[in-house]
Design a protein. Sequence first.
Lengths: 369, 450
Amino acid sequence: MRKPFTPICCNCLKIIRLGVLLLSFFLISACAGPEVAGPQGSVFFPPAPNPPRLQYLTRISSSADIDGKKLGGLSIIAVGDTRAEKPKPIIKPYGITVRNGKLYVCDTSPGRLVVIDPARKSFEFLKGNYSFGKLKKPISSEIDRDGNLYVADTVRKEVLVYGPSGNFLRAFGKGLEMKPVDVAIDGDYLYVLDIKNHDIKILDRKTGKHLDTIGKGSNEEHFLSLPISIDTGPKGSLYVSNMTSGKIVNLDRDGHLLGEFGKLGDGFGQFGRPKGLAVDDQGRIYVVDAAHQNVQIFDKSGRLLMFFGDPGLPFGSLNLPAGIAVTSQGIDLFKEYIDPAFAVEQLIFVTSQFGPAKISVYGLGKLID
Amino acid sequence: MIIWKVIYRLAVYCSLSLIVFSFFTNTAAASCLTGACHQELQSFTRLHEPVAEGECLSCHESVAKEHPLKKGKSFKLVAAGAALCVECHDSFDPNVGKLHPAVADGECLVCHNPHGGNKTGLLRAAGDLKVICFECHNAEPFAQQFVHGPAAAGVCLECHMPHQSKHKNLLISDSKSLCLRCHADLVAGLENSAVIHAPINNSDCSACHEVHGGAFAHLLKADGPKLCFSCHEELADKYKKSKTKHTALYKDDRCGNCHSPHFSEYASLLSELESETCLRCHGKDDFKRSRALRNIRTEIAGKEHLHAPLADGKCSACHDPHGSDFYRLLVNAYPENFYAPYRKGTYAFCLDCHEENLLRFPETSIYTSFRDGKHNLHYTHVADSRKGRTCRACHQAHASNGPKLVNEEGASFGNWRIPLHLELTETGGSCSPGCHRRISYDRENPVTER
């Protein structure tokens, strides 16, 4: 015979409820373990059956991706490492520069610049970003041979200069009525890309003296047109990406047009909205396209070599990409992500303004024979 | 006693029988050679052993009671073909090496006389063996203009095994070693030289040479350059179609004028260092010709500055010795005339190495230090649309005592050599050539209002 239901007393019910609640917290705390960063398996470009020439390696979105210190998300009850600090995030990155293995990332929304040193596993905000050196909207930066940092700020409409230790030194550009969007350095020349006047201001790197303005070609067709990114190529020539013409223009210091390639369109080698641009030590030109959401690589004659980062992949896709930096230094720092069958010759860092991967790291190279 | 008598009689009968048998057989052989029938068999200086011994019946056997028969034969060989020979001589194992087809077919008598001969091996010919060999082999190569010595002498066995060999064509050893047995003057060079012509290692001498005879000197398989082009195909078109031809390639030893065919201490099998190879012709006075070659050796001797490729001994950096479509066998375009305004491509030869934008822009602060402020004086001189002057108006091509190979002696201008009188300062300089009054230039503080 079935035993009749026995009512539970109120105290017992409270104890059970408390127990369930504690169990729930415990389980939630247990689930909020360390986040898995980096790629799940090797992602190569171009896709098979083409021989792979580029591998997606990892992403950097906060200090946790560099120093490995994670905060236990929803933990209220002390579980795991309670000493961990809250990770420092990258919010909306734009320009990125790499020099001697260190990354300099302009984070536009919070108005700060992140200095990442993978070798030292450090992730720091620029020290001199206060008072006269306070950044309002840093958009891109460059390092000179003395280790000084030059940051283009579109709200201050100046180029701010910081010393090798990160202290603010001086600002250039007051009175030039410009809106600097990118900077490049060759010797003692500081090239400031002015999107407002569609030209390049050449300043003395040390004094900020305005030496010349170039970019207004003899033929209107060759004028810079909403120029957005600049980098130096072989023998000090300049490459500039132009948003409204879709052209990548190659100029010399005197403003002579040495060559150009690209146009607006959605074909191979064409651009929807060209943004960041970088030239590697082999003379290859990497151009970020915010509309196509990819990066196209060209040889020095402007011939398209390949493209990567298009949307739709579980890993390795870009999300409103903006800046790019390329280096052949510090490849070993990313060795753990490189496929054993692949030899990386250049590291490529691309910023995405949205999405979980704020900085996507790729390696250009080839399969090992 | 009876038993002893019987034994004695048997011994006597046996001895008598043997004596009688021996008498009759010797008499038979003696009758073959001494009679009036087969006496010619004794005319050879060397007799086949059974013949010398009178052992005719070791090879022949009687098949009829009478001999000779008027119709038919009364003797036959005791075995056919090689089967008879191998009763005394060693046979050849076909697994050991390739057999001469005559041997494989058991046709020993194609080459040998069975009864005797006048040289070793009872061969059917003495001395010049071609007589025997040509019965089967093609005689045509031996009738060519140039014949290999051993082939001409008919000593085929200096190179070939007659019966069997492990090497191709029944050679007595591998091809290269075989050649070097006689051509011993090449041995040291092939062992010690830095560069060996590829076919010698990859193939053998017959890649380039005929072995018996041919129509071309040195027994080459084809006429000089044509033979070389069979491998060096890329040079064939250049040789035939180049607008400017290198005379050395079309006279005397042609390719061999510069290259050693077998080995060399120098790259590209040149017989000397590259510059020395060139200067062998271009470095001496030639008073025999009305348009003699310039003596470059004299022109560069003792000069303070050599053009960088020449300093490296690399004439081929600028000149293509196999032919070119450009002036003076240059590897790219350069004007032949003294006046030649710069156009894209016209000075490609110089600009392949020197700054490609040197002559492109009238104003520059980058591509030349020969400028007044930004005014590009190279552009002024060379890109002048009416009388653009070629580089040689101011620069020497090979060597000079002046910096930047400036021609201190002056460029040839008809019968005159135009002096330059260049003087340099820290930031510019001046010159008063035969072309204009002294004009100064300064990169930092421009001299001329423009």
